[in-house]
Design a protein around this ligand. Structure first.
Ligand SMILES: [Zn+2]
Length: 343
C-alpha cells in the first residue's frame, strides 16, 4: 500500500505535512488499558500511521463491552478473548504496515517503568486511579509525555502531561480518592459518545506532541458532561514543582514503591483471591452496598458488603480488604474490584 496515498488527507493538513507523517511513523505509543477509551484511541493511532503500538490490558472481552468498545465483536465476547489479543488482531487488519503488540498483563509497579521506558508517549485507557498514579510516576520519572483520560456515565475528563513542562496528575489530585467513593462504569453506566469525545481529544494531543507541536497542546484540566451540557476548563497556572507536588516537585515516586501497592493473595483450597490494600481504608459500606444493588444481589452487615457478580462472589470489608471467590487469578480479582469498588 502506498503510504503517501494512505495518509494523504492527514499530510494535506498543514501542521502535519510529510515531515509530521514521518515523525508519526517513527513513534512508539504505549496504550495502557484497552477498554472503551483505549480501544478507540488505539484505532485512531493505527489509522494515523503511528509506527509502533503497544497495547496493555489485564481483562477479557464481555458482551457488556460491545456498546462502546469499538474494536470488539460478538465472537470476541463469546470466546472471552483477552482485550489486548482481540485488539491486536483487529488493528492488524486495519493497518498491516505498523508494528502492533498486545500484552495481556496487569500494569503494576514491577513492570510499569519497563513498559514506559522507550515510549514516545503513553495513552491512559485505564479505569482506576491507582494505575493512573503509577503511570504518572513512571512518566514523570522517565520524562515521557502522557495523556490522562477518564469517562464514566455522561462525564469525561482529559489532561495532557508533558513532564518538566506542564503540571502532572498529582499536581491536580494529591492523593488517591478513597476506594468505594468514585463511580465506575459498572455502577454508574457509561455512554459511548463521551468515550469517543475523550479518546479523540487524547489522540489529538498525541498528534500534536508526536509531530513536534507541543506549543499547540491544551494546558489545563478539561471536563465535559455531554448530557447536562456542562463543560469546564480548569487552568493549571503553576508549573511543576512550584506547587509542592510530591511527584514532579520533590521527585518522590511513591506509587513505584512496593509498599504503596495493594497486594493480592491466592486463598489456597478456596478458589479465591484476597486483595490487600497498601494501607487501611475506610470504605463507606452503606454507600457501596447501595451502588452494588444495581446487580440485585448485594447484601451485607456492619462489617462487609457481599455481592455475586457473574459467578464470582465479591466481599468487601470496611478496612478495604476484599475477597473474590470463584477465581484464583489475581488479575481477574483486581479487575472485578476496580470495576465495582473503584481505585
Ligand atoms: Zn506534579
Amino acid at each position: 500500500m502506498n503510504n503517501a496515498d494512505r495518509y494523504s488527507r492527514q499530510i494535506l493538513f498543514e501542521r502535519i505535512g510529510a515531515a509530521g507523517q514521518e515523525r508519526l511513523a517513527r513513534s512508539r505509543v504505549v496504550i495502557i488499558g484497552i477498554g472503551a477509551l483505549g480501544a478507540l484511541s488505539t484505532e485512531l493511532c493505527a489509522r494515523a500511521g503511528m509506527g509502533s503500538l503497544v497495547l496493555v490490558d489485564r481483562d477479557f472481552v464481555e458482551e457488556s463491552n460491545l456498546q462502546r468498545q469499538v474494536l470488539f465483536d460478538e465472537q470476541d465476547a463469546r470466546s472471552h478473548l483477552p482485550k489486548a489479543v482481540a485488539a491486536e488482531k483487529k488493528i492488524r487488519a486495519i493497518n498491516s504496515a505498523i508494528q502492533i503488540r498486545g500484552l495481556v498483563l496487569d500494569a503494576n509497579s514491577s513492570n510499569i517503568e519497563h513498559l514506559v521506558r522507550n515510549a514516545s508517549l503513553v495513552l491512559d485507557g485505564t479505569d482506576n486511579f491507582e494505575t493512573r498514579f503509577l503511570i504518572n510516576d513512571a512518566c514523570v520519572k522517565l520524562k515521557v509525555p502522557w495523556i490522562y483520560g477518564a469517562a464514566v456515565a455522561s462525564e469525561g475528563a482529559v489532561m495532557t502531561i508533558l513532564p518538566g513542562v506542564t503540571p502532572c496528575l498529582r499536581c491536580v489530585f494529591e492523593e488517591l480518592p478513597p476506594a468505594g467513593t468514585a463511580p465506575t462504569c459498572d455502577t454508574a453506566g457509561i455512554l459511548a459518545p463521551i468515550v469517543s469525545l475523550i479518546a479523540s481529544l487524547q489522540v489529538a494531543e498525541t498528534l500534536k506532541i508526536l509531530t513536534g507541536h507541543e506549543g499547540d497542546i491544551h494546558r489545563g484540566f478539561r471536563m465535559f458532561d455531554i448530557w447536562t451540557n456542562v463543560f469546564r476548563d480548569v487552568k493549571l497556572q503553576k508549573a511543576r514543582g512550584e506547587n509542592g507536588c510530591a511527584t514532579c516537585g520533590e521527585r518522590r515516586f511513591d506509587f513505584l514503591e512496593k509498599h504503596e501497592q495493594s497486594r493480592t493473595v491466592r486463598l489456597c483450597g478456596r478458589n479465591a483471591v484476597e486483595l490487600l490494600p497498601a494501607r487501611s481504608l475506610q470504605i463507606p459500606l452503606a454507600e457501596l452496598r447501595a451502588r452494588l444493588m444495581a446487580t440485585g444481589e448485594a447484601e451485607g452487615n456492619d462489617y462487609l458488603v457481599r455481592c455475586v457478580i457473574k459467578g464470582l462472589t465479591l466481599t468487601v470489608f470496611a478496612d478495604g480488604r476484599a475477597i473474590i471467590q470463584g477465581t484464583q487469578d489475581a488479575a481477574v480479582a483486581k479487575s472485578l474490584f476496580a470495576k465495582w469498588v473503584g481505585t
